[in-house]
Design a binder for this molecule. Structure first.
Ligand code: 3PG
Ligand code: CO
Length: 553
């Protein structure tokens, strides 16, 4: 039968402290001036790269290597940390939704049948990120869902959009809104009362994460549910174009707006009896809204009205909390993660990041699961992030504080694994501010140094890697790799990339003879878990992706 017990590694000892460092948004790319990692002073990461050639390599962090639909899908933190922690490749939300829509199964399942009860008398609301980034949602999936829902009885549909500019180019929201409008107008020609009802920029409206700033969710609630916002427009394309004209405005931070009719009345507040679907498949930035929509008892902000609705998520966002209770597509079942195995084999684990990435190194790492496996053996520490700012004004973020916490945990002797996420390259990279991203990369490198020094002191082992690329390429490029110009200027890339990421191993505790194998050339993030289990002295389970290391005598 099944057992949690891991076999002893034939050659590697147990009991060595292991520091697992995940640099967020830190890929490998050719050196040029838009490669902020190259431009920044990063002596520690450089020394790993230029050190022993069999202890540094690249791994794949995008596309099918992390369970995404195609090789054109850039990596992201959810799928990256899932792969790192789970040691296997699971078909991810994006893919599962594609399959459910293509087969039509989505319309047969519990979630859709639940919301469908509202269609005869009430409105169907769809709330989510209007983007083709494929990180949180996809516009083509929204289009299919609109068509499918109307074919299955929805007569009145309201779409509440969040503009992106973070996983896609800034300004692309206008084109997405036009595409969506065309789709809705097609539905209207078929007799469906379908329109956009509200909107706002994802970073300012609705899509906060890990409870960093509930005001963000409240702004969305007011527009989407109450039909109240500081800006009123007759249609979404006009709304976005106008709001983008304000100085410094961008898609990520557009203020909330509602669409009003000729008598200035909001066209789509949510009322008793309505159905609501949040159409993002990714969890982290939807769970706060999901709580507000679902929980009778709720004290994070004043909802003013709490309509009795039928609510379903595109996916269930948190399996442990069963949030939301109803969902259209079942999430990937990521069980038997390396974190759970290691804890069940006595590995005392410490994990830390600042708020904006805290869930990455805990919830995503553990297969989208909240909480501890065993609170006796684990400690997760969250350092509060600054809220209400864009991180280019504070590019060092809490890197050094994370480094200090990790150092203290290492020196305490209380843990076998000390795991951190260092957010700077990603969070500052997403702002598109090249200079600030250079500062961010330097700060991340300093945090790595602090942790490696502590590893040195206790005779431990380190594994340094990243979840996906971002800071190593800040410009949109043509097929030849040259920066793409628009109106004579380069187009800044705020998104992640398709680049591979580095992984380095070392430290005084690393047994002699351990090195990267040469026979896993296409290794990806999912190969890291077995590697880490080996370094803790265990053999990984059979169905895990193979280890990246070998031990030569
Ligand atoms: C975000 O949510 O900030 C971006 O869409 C993706 O970034 P992450 O995958 O690094 O969190
Ligand atoms: Co990111």
């Amino acid at each position: 039968g099944f057992s949690w017990k891991l076999a002893d590694h034939p050659k590697l000892p147990k009991g060595k402290l292991l520091a697992m460092i995940v640099l967020d948004g830190w890929g490998e790319a050719s050196p040029d001036k838009f490669n902020c990692i190259h431009v920044a002073e990063t002596p520690t990461m450089d020394s790993l790269k230029n050190g022993a050639p069999d202890k540094w390599r690249l791994v794949r962090a995008h596309g099918t290597a992390v369970g995404l639909p195609t090789e054109d899908d850039m990596g992201n933190s959810e799928v990256g940390h899932n792969a790192l922690g789970a040691g296997r490749i699971f078909a991810q939300g994006a893919k599962l939704v594609d399959l459910a829509l293509a087969s039509g199964k989505i319309y047969d399942d519990e979630g859709f049948n639940y919301i469908k009860e509202s269609f005869a008398t009430n409105t169907l609301h769809l709330i989510g990120l209007m983007s083709d980034g494929g990180v949180h949602s996809r516009l083509d999936q929204l289009q299919l869902l609109l068509r499918g829902a109307s074919q299955h009885g929805a007569k009145r549909i309201r779409v509440h959009v969040l503009t992106d500019g973070r996983d896609v180019l800034d300004g692309s929201s206008v084109g997405f809104a036009e595409t969506l409008e065309a789709e809705l107008s097609d539905l209207r020609s078929k007799g469906i009362d379908a329109q956009v009802a509200s909107g706002g920029g994802r970073m300012y409206v609705t899509m906060d994460r890990y409870e960093n700033d509930w005001e963000v969710v409240k702004r969305g609630w007011d527009a989407q549910v109450l039909g109240e916002a500081p800006h009123k427009f007759k249609n979404v394309v006009e709304a976005i174009k106008t709001l983008r004209e304000a100085p410094g405005a961008n898609d990520q931070y557009l203020p909330p707006f509602v669409i009003v009719d000729d008598s200035e009345k909001a066209v789509g507040p949510v009322v008793d009896g309505d159905a609501v679907v949040t159409f993002n498949f990714r969890a982290d930035r939807m769970t706060m809204l999901a709580q507000a929509l679902e929980y009778e008892k709720f004290d994070k902000f004043d909802r003013v009205r709490f309509p009795k609705i039928r609510y379903a998520g595109m996916l269930q966002y948190d399996g442990e909390l069963k949030l939301p209770n109803h969902y259209l597509v079942s999430p990937p079942l990521i069980e038997r993660t390396s974190g759970e195995y290691l804890v069940k084999n006595g590995v005392r684990t410490f994990a830390c990041s600042e708020t904006v990435k805290f869930g990455h190194v805990t919830f995503f790492w553990n297969g989208n699961r909240s909480g501890y496996f065993n609170s006796e053996l684990e400690e997760y520490v969250e350092i509060p992030s600054d809220s209400g700012i864009t991180f280019n004004v504070q590019p060092k973020m809490k890197a050094l504080e994370i480094g200090e916490k990790a150092r203290d945990a290492i020196l305490s002797g209380k843990f076998d694994q000390v795991r951190v996420n260092i957010p700077n390259g990603d969070m500052v990279g997403h702002t598109g501010d090249v200079e600030a991203t250079v500062v961010a990369c330097k700060a991340a490198d300093e945090a790595v140094k602090m942790i490696l020094d502590a590893v040195e002191q206790v005779g431990g082992i380190y594994v340094v890697t990243a979840d996906h690329g971002n800071a190593e390429d800040m410009v949109k490029r043509n097929k030849k790799g040259e920066p793409l110009l628009k109106d004579g200027e380069v187009q800044i890339l705020t998104s992640h990339t398709l680049q591979p990421v580095p992984i380095a191993i070392g430290g005084p505790g690393l047994a002699a003879g351990v090195k990267f194998r040469k026979d896993v050339p296409s290794g990806g993030l999912a190969n890291v878990a077995a590697t880490v289990m080996n370094l803790h002295g265990f053999v990984a389970p059979d169905d895990y992706e193979t280890t990246l290391i070998e031990v030569v005598d």
